[in-house]
Ligand binder design. Structure first.
Ligand SMILES: Nc1ncnc2c1ncn2[C@@H]1O[C@H](COP(=O)(O)OP(=O)(O)O)[C@@H](O)[C@H]1O
Ligand SMILES: [Mg+2]
Length: 339
């Protein structure tokens, strides 16, 4: 694999395909979101290298990731941050909405960006800021008083539009014009807004090939949908690229437990290996866990809990049982075999 950690990566070699391949090692499925992120990050890099005086100014395109809880939004961005050579920081919109000092928090965020850039202001000014849970900033219908969420939207809007921020206690000024913003949120309820809005203004034609493309266009979330949801139009307007994450099927849930480099299965195999014990879990068990997790409707979030519960009796006994060198699990509903 050519992709390496942040230091080792050659800018020349970084293509959208390679970024997506790296994401594939940790994030299962979500190919659309991976593509959108890879292309956006790639273009962002390219701009950094381009310093020709006659170059056309390419405006950045901030990204909004929308998808149900536990489907990999945060994981995607955290994984992305590990391979990037541009400085990357994350903030959580919920905690921004809880503080009285939004502007101070935003300054602190930019300060962290500068630290990640090792003090190089130019580099910091081309960094990436990930803001999670922006759906929590929604304004509630009928509330005229300017909720804390709305205040945060205005504060974020300012840096997303591009402004000069002086870091407190210093002479340092960070211009945010070229910082790339990636926002994410579950946006519970947005689907029905989108569906309603498409009741009229729906484009349709006869040709079935083109119909596929049109279906995709018609299922797109529009800025007006976000506005109805509770984002102020200017804020929504600063997020021109929207990528949707899909609900995880049972098959994908099984894959998540088994396939990523740091999958839950691999992690627990490692823990038991440290005790000199080999862990073997049959495929059927993963299917049973996926079945349960699917019912909980929190994406992949519940997998770890179910997994740990299943293994707790094993983890309890093993340290006192030096004669055991294998653990086999054939069903979620049967005692594990200690051999
Ligand atoms: N597509 C996925 N591939 C691999 N693991 C996933 C995926 N989606 C979720 N997970 C796992 O589920 C947990 C919650 O995922 P997270 O990215 O925080 O969800 P959210 O979309 O709510 O931000 C994480 O521990 C992550 O490992
Ligand atoms: Mg999340």
């Amino acid at each position: 694999m050519e992709v390496q950690n942040s230091q080792g990566m050659q800018e020349k070699k970084l293509t959208p395909g390679l970024i997506a391949k790296y994401l594939d090692q940790y994030v299962v499925g979500q190919d659309d979101a991976k593509k959108v992120l890879s292309v956006a990050v790639y273009s962002h890099y390219r701009k950094l290298g381009k310093r020709r005086p006659d170059a056309v100014e390419v405006a950045k395109s901030n990204i909004l990731l929308i998808g149900p809880t536990g489907t990999g939004k945060t994981l995607l961005c955290e994984t992305l941050s590990r391979i990037l050579r541009v400085p990357f920081v994350t903030a959580n919109a919920t905690s921004l909405a809880q503080t009285k000092y939004v502007n101070e928090e935003i300054e602190a965020l930019l300060q962290r960006l500068l630290e990640r850039a090792e003090g190089d202001i130019t580099k910091a000014q081309h960094g990436i800021v990930f803001i999670d849970e922006v759906d929590k900033l929604k304004t509630t219908a009928g509330d005229q008083s300017g909720t804390s969420g709305e205040r945060v939207q205005h504060a974020l809007l300012k840096i997303m539009e591009g402004t000069a921020v002086r870091l407190s206690g210093t002479q340092t000024i960070i211009d945010t014009t070229n910082i790339l913003f990636i926002c994410a949120g579950a946006f519970v309820g947005l689907e029905s807004i989108t569906a309603n809005n498409h009741a009229y203004g729906f484009i349709s034609i006869d040709d079935s090939d083109n119909q596929k493309i049109l279906d995709r266009l018609n299922s797109r979330v529009k800025p007006t949908d976000l506005f109805i949801f509770g984002l102020i139009p200017e804020f929504a307007g600063r997020l021109p690229i929207i990528a949707n994450l899909q609900n995880l099927s049972k098959e994908l849930l099984v894959k998540i437990m088994v396939e990523p480099r740091n999958s839950i299965y691999n992690q627990f195999r490692e823990i038991l290996k440290d005790e000199g014990v080999e862990l073997e879990i049959e495929r059927e068990v993963f299917r049973q866990i996926a079945e349960l997790a699917f019912e909980y409707k929190v994406g992949a979030r519940s997998l770890r809990g179910i997994f740990e519960e299943m293994l707790t009796p094993v983890l309890f006994q093993i340290p006192d049982r030096p004669e055991v060198d294998r653990v086999e699990i054939k069903s979620l509903f049967e005692e594990p075999l200690l051999i």
